[in-house]
Design a protein around this ligand. Structure first.
Ligand code: ADP
Length: 166
């Protein structure tokens, strides 16, 4: 049997957006299984708790064709490469939106590669439709009462509405 190809997709996912969904779908086309690493930085208070972010990612995975049963989630607060290794992943997936992402991600992948040559970084280009989306702007728009349905799955939009109503 060929080895199982495991991808590690790290980020904050606060909350998951259509941009993340696009990269996750591409990752599932490249890997047999994908572990989504949810960064839980000490000192940074997220809008959504770790458990809420996991639930939203699981809902999203179920909507991606062939995604059910192939996506899992873990929390991490240390080095990404350590978390990738713990997840048994040989592939580190990063989405690229623009040249700023590229410059930073090239540095990151170079240094990650020096620390962990066995873990290869794969860059996935954003799709034109989801390229401008950032979780930060989604949170801001929702907080100000704007419509975020073009940017996130419907179940995320509902959660955001509930969050800011309470
Ligand atoms: P980070 O704080 O590391 O950027 P995010 O949760 O914002 O964490 O993003 C996680 C990953 O998803 C990163 O690789 C990022 O480039 C990618 N990503 C986020 N939004 C988009 C998007 N709209 N299109 C493509 N990739 C995206």
């Amino acid at each position: 049997m060929p080895p199982i190809r495991t991808g590690f997709f790290p980020g904050s996912f606060d909350p998951i957006t259509n941009g993340h969904a696009d990269i996750l779908a591409a990752s599932l086309a490249l890997c047999d299984q994908v572990v989504v690493g949810i960064g839980t930085h000490p000192g940074k208070v997220p809008l959504f708790s770790f458990e809420e972010r996991v639930a939203l990612i699981e809902m999203l995975a179920a909507t991606i064709e062939g995604g059910a049963g192939r996506v899992s989630t873990i929390a991490f607060d240390g080095l990404t490469i350590d978390a990738a290794r713990q997840a048994g992943a040989g592939i580190l997936i990063r989405g690229l939106r623009d040249g700023t992402d590229l410059d930073y991600e090239m540095q990151l992948s170079g240094m990650n590669g020096a620390m962990a040559p066995d873990i290869r970084t794969i860059f996935v280009p954003a799709s034109p439709a989801t390229r401008p989306i950032t979780a930060t702007l989604v949170r801001q728009i929702a907080k100000l009462g704007g419509d975020v349905t073009p940017f996130v799955p419907d179940f995320v939009a509902r959660k955001l509405t509930q969050k800011f109503a309470s």
